[in-house]
Design a protein around this ligand. Structure first.
Ligand code: NAD
Ligand code: TYD
Length: 380
């Protein structure tokens, strides 16, 4: 079936993996990547698909309502996968307004433009996959406690509602019906955008879907986020700024597994529903840092333990959420999705990718970003 799908934020980390998957897997679809190319958007992330006949890139701001309406009309858009956002918590603490603008007003502008296109009959109503798919985060649910069954040291083995066993740092998990309780300006802005998306279904009947995913890792992630930043720093013998005691827990998913989930849900998910996406893969930050040090040292031929002295405990992030843990049983049960990679395998692939792509790292961190980085982190 012919489709014209707009993917917003397609030049960013997750968006570039989604664009690549859709362009390669669906030659009948025309993929229109709409991205403002902020510091986080980079066309180098899409070199391998940029000349595909079913792919078009348009530099545009989702906040520009008229511009977005024009693009939807010109390309006869009949489905949207919305990833464009400001995505880094530390930046949101310094500059919450930009997050409200892009994540809340930008999403609203896109929704309104989509509603006009949909009401005009441009979307084939009733067709599976003709919908506004909003990509959100598990951070909207707030923070979970670290807890343990009596006398057992975390992580302990627990059983998810899917029936599978996995390691966890607490008894509670974020489920689709967990109450929203965002703490950072980033998560507050994403929560607000999620509410607007659902309101457009409840008010106008627009076919929407929202998914909330845990932390992603993998190639093409901007090196201000924990994993690529630390890989780059270990390689160059620079300090690794671990916030607080490094005890915070995050639930990590390989980015291509997220992209596969997005493909599945876009085509088979139930309209107006929410799906949580995550791999039941909880790690304390400090343990991830140790895995990264071991892996980078081994791959660049340093003696074991070389990078340990780089660990530098720094002041904690303000309002730092203690633990995120997603229960993705619903997605596994109803749509048969499973993460394809074990974490050790994913981390090995990821570290190798960054070590092999120093030019990409240098390129995305050159220019204005350097100045910002020094100011933001006061690091040499
Ligand atoms: P990213 O920061 O790497 O990329 C964001 C992209 O959006 C960039 O290409 C940027 O240029 C573009 N963009 C920003 N403002 C824009 C605007 N006003 N108009 C058009 N384009 C704009 O982000 P990411 O990590 O790839 O995250 C993508 C989405 O997934 C976000 O909505 C984020 O909230 C969500 N998410 C991310 C994670 C994660 O671990 N990274 C986890 C769950 C959900
Ligand atoms: P991050 O990659 O920013 O993702 P998020 O805040 O969305 O979870 O951070 C992951 C974890 O790593 C988080 O608990 C904060 C911590 N962290 C550090 O300890 N040092 C750092 O320099 C960064 C960027 C993050």
């Amino acid at each position: 079936m012919k489709r014209n799908i707009m993917i917003t934020g397609g030049a960013g980390f997750i968006g570039s993996h989604v664009v690549r998957l859709f362009v390669n897997k669906y030659p009948d679809y025309h993929i229109v990547n709409v991205d403002k190319l902020t510091y986080a958007g980079n066309l180098a992330n899409l070199r391998d698909v940029e000349s595909a006949p079913n792919y078009t890139f348009i530099k545009a701001d989702i906040c520009d309502f008229d511009g977005i309406c024009r693009i939807m009309q010109e390309h006869d858009i009949d489905g949207i996968i919305h990833l464009a956002a400001e995505s880094h918590v530390d930046r949101s603490i310094k500059d919450p307004f930009t997050f409200a603008k892009t994540n809340v007003l930008g999403t609203l502008s896109l929704l309104q433009a989509a509603r006009l296109a949909w009401e005009d009959g441009g979307w084939k109503k009733g067709d599976v996959g003709c919908r506004f798919y909003h990509i959100s985060t598990d951070e909207v649910y707030g923070a979970l406690e670290l807890s343990e069954p009596e006398g057992v040291e975390p992580p302990f083995t627990t059983k998810a509602s899917s029936g599978k066993h996995h390691l966890a740092y607490g008894r509670d998990f974020f489920r689709e019906d967990t109450k929203y309780n965002p703490h950072s300006p980033y998560s507050a802005s994403k929560a607000s955008s999620d509410h607007f998306v659902r309101a457009f279904h409840d008010t106008y009947g627009m076919p929407v879907i929202v998914t909330n995913c845990s932390n992603n890792y993998g190639p093409y992630q901007f090196p201000e986020k924990l994993i690529p930043l630390f890989i780059n720093n270990i390689r160059h013998g620079k300090p690794l700024p671990v916030y607080g005691k490094g005890e915070n827990v995050r639930d990590w998913l390989y980015v291509e597994d997220h992209a596969r989930a997005i493909d599945l849900i876009f085509h088979k998910g139930k309209t107006a529903e929410t799906y949580n996406i995550g791999g039941f893969n909880e790690w304390k930050n400090i343990d991830i840092v140790k895995v990264l040090i071991r892996t980078v040292d081994r791959l660049i031929g340093n003696p074991e333990g070389t990078g340990d002295s780089l660990i530098t405990y720094v002041e904690d992030r303000k309002g730092h959420d203690m633990r995120y843990a997603i229960d993705s049983s619903r997605l596994q049960r109803e749509l048969g999705w499973e993460p394809s990679l074990q974490f050790e395998e994913g981390i090995e692939k990821t570290v190798r990718w960054y070590l092999d792509h120093q030019d990409w790292l240098d390129n995305v961190t050159s220019g204005d970003y350097q100045e910002y980085y020094e100011k933001m982190y006061h690091r040499g």
